[in-house]
Design a protein around this ligand. Sequence first.
Ligand SMILES: [Zn+2]
Length: 673
Amino acid sequence: MSNPLLETTGLPKFDEIKPHHAVPALETLITAHNRKLDNLLAANRTPKFESIIEPIENMYHELNRTWSPISHLQSVLDSVEWREAYNKSLPLITKHSTDLLQNRQLHDAYQQVSDSMPTQASKQKLALLNKELRDFHLAGVTLAKDAKTRYKSVRQELTKLEANFDQNLQDATDAWHYNTTQAANLAGLPASIKQRAKSNAKKHGLKGWRLQLDLPNYQAVLTHADSRKMRETFYKAYNTRASDEADNANWDNSTNIEKILALRHEMAQLVGFENYAEYSLATKMASNVDEVINFLTELATKARPVAERELTEIQRGKSIPMQAWDIAYNLEKFKEERFSISDDLLRQYFPFITVTKGMFSLAEKLFNVSIKENPDVSGWHETVQHFEITDTNNHLIGSFYTDLFSRQGKRGGAWMDECVIRKELSGQIESPVGFLVCNFPPPDSEGLSLLTHTEVVTLFHEFGHMLHHLLTKVSYPSIAGINGVPWDGVELPSQFMENFAWCYEVLVESSGHCETGERLPKEMFEKMNNGRHFGEGLATLRQVEFALFDFYVHAFYNSSQGSRAMDVLREVRQNVAVINYPEFNRLPHSFSHIFSGGYAAGYYSYKWAEVMAADAFSAFEEEGILNQATAQRFKQEILEIGGSADFLDAYISFRGRKPTLDALLKQKDIGTN
Ligand SMILES: [Zn+2]
């Protein structure tokens, strides 16, 4: 029986891949790889880079190619069958990767290759060896047998719990809905949201309007619904998802949180760290726990007075004290009055097709590439598109899929993921392929989806990750693109690209009124830009609050007391937040970034990398937004190098100096007055 997941050339055949292919494909591949590995180790008495490391890189690449569609399809096309296939596949791949990293003989072979490497060897080879040797140690390669076995089972258990955390969250989100027959309840909501709610009700045989809890709906209600009651209802539903405070306790993540934190702590201690935060920092730019805490505290101190001022402004003239579900709404109203801008008015200028076109054209200009749709490639859903990116000689650099709209069974949020990682071994180039996934409002019957400016920024962000993944020139998959890049550096290209969504020359190319086609008027942009900073104090504090919670809960875990997750959160909020959070708020229970998404003790990375992103962008402000030489330098020093160089050194090569906090503070208008 042929298995499409085992075809290792060309693009994955998404129209043929089915859940029942997942487990057999992984089993076949892992068995074959184990055999190959035994042969390699037996044949390599004196291991050489080419004779052992390259074949392992090939295996890594192959395995990733097979695994990537499984994990991707489960997240965008969740069904009972896909979830089951994914949950059965996950232990196989986790065990295999831990087996490899705990293989002492393999480690010794890497060590021997590393020891015999001439100092003038290629930077890529040296970086790859360093990274892999570090990862062997982080997986406990030198531990005694019992500790190794324990590490492995902790890792297995963690992967299972993290997947369960995510699935609970998705089920809890999908299960909730709001149905009303009173038009008055929907006052203030954008027409597109109401229209979607109406057809949703019809689909379910209901009268009136039916709204689910997806992100576009949640944000629209919190920002625009005039009914305070409705905002509160949505706020409560959204912020108690998968928790003990939810109406439906089927998907409570409380135990998952407790177990995940306990196991992470144990795992870190097994391999010689005090706590999981220290373990996490072993692969990041920040050097120790204090450095991260000090960084976040400084940011909070600078942002707090600004946030307080903002809160006072939006509270002015109102008799009822502001609650958590009033903030976004009143911020929006304030901006409408003070700066004469409205999210909903702006949205008319940002049909997704026009926005993507403008964004691609920006990348074409900056990085000397060309991006074209290939309509012949089939995806996994009717709204999926495929694009190819080529150089000036029309050579293929890589390609990517876009899946931009929210739907039932699709994980919330926005992300970029690798489909195929770049590889150049034995003179053969395998070009990278990526997935760009968002949850924008689904297109209406005419194919129109209008984005808020915030959504435009999100799209630019994820596209920045995509460029990082696609423009890499590194040959070895383990350190190509985003691989081997310290996690607190990975958000640099993405947040860097966000800045362009605030440039008039870019926005004018990326906008077109949905009825008239008129570009975003300069005057409107100026209003929008004037209002840009308002709310930044509150937004920064919120991010710092998330980051501190994540960091404290991992750094100060105490085995005898357990995680105290909610207490830690309350303490952080007491010190940092300026708004009152209701007692029922259960942020941890839906904080998938840290409990299932790889940002554990690393959520601070957003702010850390934002400092570099703002500082990097200030080079463009100084030298010209579309300056070719600056863009070329950014491409060469940052986007192309993957994990083949020290990230800070690379940054310095681009900027001529270390990043400073100033550009970010100036950009957000925080702490400079
Ligand atoms: Zn990102």
